[in-house]
Ligand binder design. Structure first.
Ligand code: VG1
Ligand code: CO
Length: 543
């Protein structure tokens, strides 16, 4: 039982993407692969020595083994206390909550989020900083740099800690506290939402279906919604986290959560439906016979925040990622709120939240959140909607259609082309960039281009600049086509095409989304030569 220094060699490709380092499980199972990355974290964040670390993951295959490895390395690197979720489980927003509440230096999240799990699936790791949020690019880059030169790591060889039972253990000079993954988080939710009103809503016979997709939200949703809020047993389905997510693809969108959608479209549909992803930071909400886009969800939240206990004092401002629709901008304009446009990925909201510039944030990729933590938060979003349904007595459809009448409707869709040849995808982006200078004022079908650029973001708080964050082509009527390559995939490249069209006139609001966007879809293909360059006739996933 002692600290040992292990000789290692660097692995190529350990640069974190949009949200941490994500690779196939088999890549992480290579000797030293995880260890190198973890040692790089300890080397780049010296404050961890002598400090508290939070550790947990979404419960996917390899989670438990990785927890033991990291505990031993933490002990060898001088961490004094680790708070680890029971069974190694902590949702991503719960990690953020626990870091903040217990004054930890940071946290390590083990997750590949919405990517499938199991021995042939994906695994991932990311570091969260003291504010509870994902490390900013400055730190992720430093970690990456460190992985390129690493020659040794430290570990403390000892018996595995029993992380299945709550309690306190010691590992060398380090204390390991196995915590209940839900209680701190549930307490925070109770402080933000009117649980009495939601209880009354369920007691009046209203019904919901929460599909946890066999992933991390299960214990949270079950304890809070069926337990504290009194919803009938069976409200939460697929509520037990499984290492392979029961073979499901835990991405809460109409394509992968099709079973939930079918239940909400059935004749005996419940009033409200929701789903969450692998690590419980994403959410999809839907009403009876009615889908809500994530961009609209954010706008509705901003417009109604004053009705919700935790936000009754008003919100400071809103932020959305660049590809997210401008629906929330319309609300901000009307309410006189600041509205920020950031690159894709939650790490870009951290500074704005810390500085008190914004309260609500969202992404088109089924992510919404607020200043209560520094991650997007799936269960929080669902509770926000439940609270809204309970205080207004309205249905989801009534709330959203009334919203469109007031603010107009932003038709929105994302077309993903997954596992495309990497060279073809890079060529497509280069081809788009080469057209930017000449696109302005060009007529494209019925549209005229107002702005065409490669989005760059200057952080208003720390002045850092992030370039090449997506090609956007904005039309004079506000319609937009945006192109990006994903930073979370593990196979080839994934091209994301984001399409948006604004309709002020309520008579047009009932049109099917893909019909409303048909002309923009054609324009996107013409601009990017998607079909010829990718060899694909159609998108892999349309949300
Ligand atoms: C995707 C989404 C992005 C989200 C990220 C992490 O990134 O588009 O909005 O923040 O996943 O979400 P990309 O680079 O593949 O487009 V999660 O739930 O993985 O933490
Ligand atoms: Co996620």
């Amino acid at each position: 039982m002692s600290v040992s220094t292990v000789t290692t060699t660097a692995f190529a490709g350990q640069r974190p993407g949009t949200s941490g380092l994500r690779k196939k499980v088999t890549v992480f199972q290579q000797p030293h692969y995880l260890e190198n990355f973890v040692q790089a974290i300890f080397d780049v964040v010296p404050e961890l020595k002598g400090g508290t670390l939070v550790l947990g993951g979404d419960g996917r295959y390899h989670n438990r083994a990785a927890v033991q490895t990291i505990l031993q390395m933490a002990a060898a690197n001088g961490v004094v206390r680790v708070l680890v979720g029971q069974g190694g489980l902590l949702s991503t927003p719960a990690v953020s909550c626990v870091i903040r509440k217990h004054g930890a230096v940071g946290g390590i999240v083990l997750s590949a989020s919405h990517n499938p799990g199991g021995p042939d699936g994906d695994f991932g790791i990311k570091y969260n900083v003291t504010n509870g949020g994902p490390a900013p690019e400055k730190i992720t880059e430093a970690i990456y740099e460190r992985t390129t030169t690493i020659t040794e790591y430290k570990t403390y060889q000892a018996e595995a800690i029993d992380i299945e039972s709550l309690g306190e253990y010691t590992l060398g000079g380090m204390q390991v506290i196995v915590i209940d993954p839900v209680s701190d988080y549930a307490e925070l939710m109770e402080s933000l939402f009117d649980f009495d009103k939601i209880r009354a809503w369920f007691a009046s016979g209203k019904r919901m279906r929460f599909d946890s997709m066999c992933a991390a939200s299960g214990p949270y949703a079950t304890r809070i919604i069926e337990g504290l809020l009194g919803a009938p047993k069976g409200t939460v389905v697929n509520g037990i986290p499984l290492e392979d997510f029961g073979g499901l693809h835990p991405d809460p969108n109409p394509v992968y959560a099709d079973d939930l959608v079918a239940h909400l479209m059935a004749t005996d549909a419940p009033d409200f439906g929701a789903a969450s992803d692998g690590d419980a930071d994403r959410n999809m909400v839907l009403g009876r016979n009615f889908l809500v886009t994530p961009s609209d969800s954010l706008a509705v939240m901003a417009a109604n925040a004053q009705l919700i206990k935790g936000y009754a004092g008003g919100i400071a401002g809103v932020a959305r990622s660049m590809p997210t629709s401008c629906a929330v901008d319309a609300v901000a304009k009307k309410l006189g709120l600041p509205c920020f446009e950031t690159p894709t990925g939650w790490k870009f909201f951290g500074n704005l939240l810390d500085a008190g510039k914004v309260t609500l944030c969202g992404e088109e990729s089924y992510g919404t959140g607020s200043g209560h933590v520094r991650e997007k938060d799936g269960v929080w979003a669902v509770l926000f909607w439940l609270n809204l349904l309970a205080v207004t007595g309205k249905s989801v459809e009534e709330i959203v259609t009334a919203h469109w009448q007031e603010y107009g409707r932003h038709f929105y869709s994302r077309h993903d082309y997954e596992a495309v040849d990497t060279d073809a995808a890079n060529g497509l982006m280069t081809h788009l960039r080469s057209q930017l200078a000449s696109l302005k004022e060009q007529k494209l079908g019925a549209f005229t281009v107002a702005l065409a650029d490669d989005f760059a973001y200057d952080d208003p708080i720390d002045g850092s600049r992030s370039e090449k964050q997506g090609i956007r082509v904005v039309m004079t009527d506000g319609s937009r086509v945006v192109f990006r390559l994903s930073g979370t995939g593990t196979e080839g490249a994934t091209l994301r095409v984001y399409l948006e069209k604004y309709a002020a006139d309520a008579a047009q609001h009932g049109v099917a989304t893909q019909t409303a966007l048909a002309e923009l879809i054609v324009i996107a293909d013409q601009l990017a030569e998607i079909k010829t360059r990718t060899g694909r006739d159609a998108a892999t996933v349309v949300t």
